[in-house]
Ligand binder design. Structure first.
Ligand SMILES: *Cc1c(COP(=O)(O)O)cnc(C)c1O
Length: 396
């Protein structure tokens, strides 16, 4: 017999979520996650992926992945520290270090995993972490795992950061103090104020950690937010993911060789979880090579983003203050937002609604993620649908 306590817990909580309209039904995509996807046998213009550069379905990446399967098989066979480190992983790390302009790189199985690994390898219960209130869930969990004191900082509020840094350092209570931030915030598309953050870090000798999941491949001609501001020599941890713009799966930290050496002996997901597959490593390396060879995809991403933003703005939608391709379309009321997204779906656009508690109450939005793989035609079609649904609901 299985647990009755578990059953009643699950039943009560799932019903509760359903009643409050917070139970998320997952739509399976039939086939590849490209600029047009198929769900329930329906073709939709896809404005929901993180596949910024369209690399998830790029033929050049598919080719190297197939070759890697032929030469190395489908699995790494062990954790990196036993004998799961293949030459393909080393090549990936070398290429990433070149790309990021740092001494070394360590790669992990995912971006989430990377934050769980890297923060707690360096920070412990005698330390403190200054964390932006809008940081990603994986940063929050990584900080919790470290057992360091977590000090929440108001979003991108540099006075608050300075005051809390000063207080933490001058209290003498902590051995080390870290400041940690998303490079690009994924709900509003705003960029962290890294020049000021680095200045405050220098003043108080803070460890700096930038999670650039949404910045890599997007800002700094593809090299990321830190490069965008020219701060490669001033940030200790440049964390990135291989799962968004790079189009594959995995995460990494770029930094000084001594930091990477330490993470290789002390970060637990690296030590106790099997490495990414040969195909993943080879495809990621190829993607980084492509980004280093040419900025074409990056330029197309920005062109498409600007086109979509202009189009939505001209229609009269509120698109917030995004500084990146992330394009929120703010509807406000939660129920209206959900209805809007549903109507877009029925008309042929896949753009998910994001509502409280992910964003503040009354700021419900549909979030659009244009990519380099969209054609102008697809974007025009999407805008027509936006216009139709917007007028129908009296929003524009
Ligand atoms: C998506 C994301 C991650 C997780 O990356 P995965 O490679 O998908 O695990 C981590 N941090 C931020 C800020 C993200 O947006």
């Amino acid at each position: 017999m299985t647990s009755k306590v578990l059953h009643s817990f699950l039943e009560k909580n799932i019903d509760d979520l359903k009643e409050r309209g917070l139970y998320n039904e997952i739509d399976p995509v039939q086939g590849a996650n490209g600029p047009v996807i198929e769900i329930n046998d329906k073709k939709l213009i896809n404005l929901s992926s993180n596949n910024y550069l369209g690399l998830a379905t790029d033929n050049r990446l598919k080719e190297v992945a197939k070759k890697a399967v032929e030469s190395h098989g489908v699995g790494a066979g062990a954790v990196r520290t036993i004998n799961g480190t293949l030459d393909l992983h080393i090549e990936l790390e070398k290429k990433l270090a070149e790309f990021k302009g740092t001494e070394a790189v360590i790669s992990y199985q995912s971006g989430f995993n990377c934050n769980m690994a890297a923060i707690s390898a360096v920070m412990d219960k005698n330390d403190a972490i200054l964390s932006d209130e809008l940081n990603h869930a994986s940063i929050i969990d990584g900080c919790r795992l470290s057992k360091a004191k977590i000090i929440r900082v108001n979003h991108s509020d540099m006075d608050d950061l300075r005051n809390k840094a000063k207080e933490a350092v001058e209290s003498g209570k902590y051995n080390k103090v870290m400041v940690i931030t998303d490079g690009v915030f994924s709900m509003d598309g705003d960029i962290a104020k890294l020049p000021e953050i680095v200045e405050i870090a220098e003043e108080f000798d803070l460890i700096t950690y930038v999670d650039d999941a949404h910045g890599s491949g997007v800002l700094g001609k593809g090299a990321g937010t830190v490069k965008h501001f020219g701060l490669q020599d001033k940030v200790d941890f440049q964390m990135g993911t291989l799962s968004k713009a790079i189009g594959v799966i995995g995460g990494y930290v770029a930094g000084k060789a001594e930091l990477i050496d330490w993470l290789k002996v002390r970060s637990r997901p690296f030590l106790f979880s099997t490495a990414v597959s040969p195909a993943d490593a080879a495809a990621s390396t190829k993607a980084v090579e492509l980004l280093m060879e040419s900025t074409d995809l990056n330029e197309r991403l920005w062109e498409n983003s600007n086109y979509l933003k202009e189009g939505l703005k001209n229609l009269g939608f509120d698109i917030g203050d995004s500084e990146t391709p992330i394009t929120p379309c703010v509807i406000g009321d939660e129920k209206d937002t959900q209805k809007f997204s549903k109507r877009l779906y029925e008309e042929g656009v896949y753009a998910k609604s994001i509502v409280f508690p992910t964003v503040p109450r009354g700021t419900g939005r549909v979030r659009n993620m244009p990519t380099a793989a969209h054609t102008k035609e697809m974007l025009d079609d999407a805008l027509k649908i936006y216009e139709k649904v917007g007028k129908e609901m009296g929003l524009i």
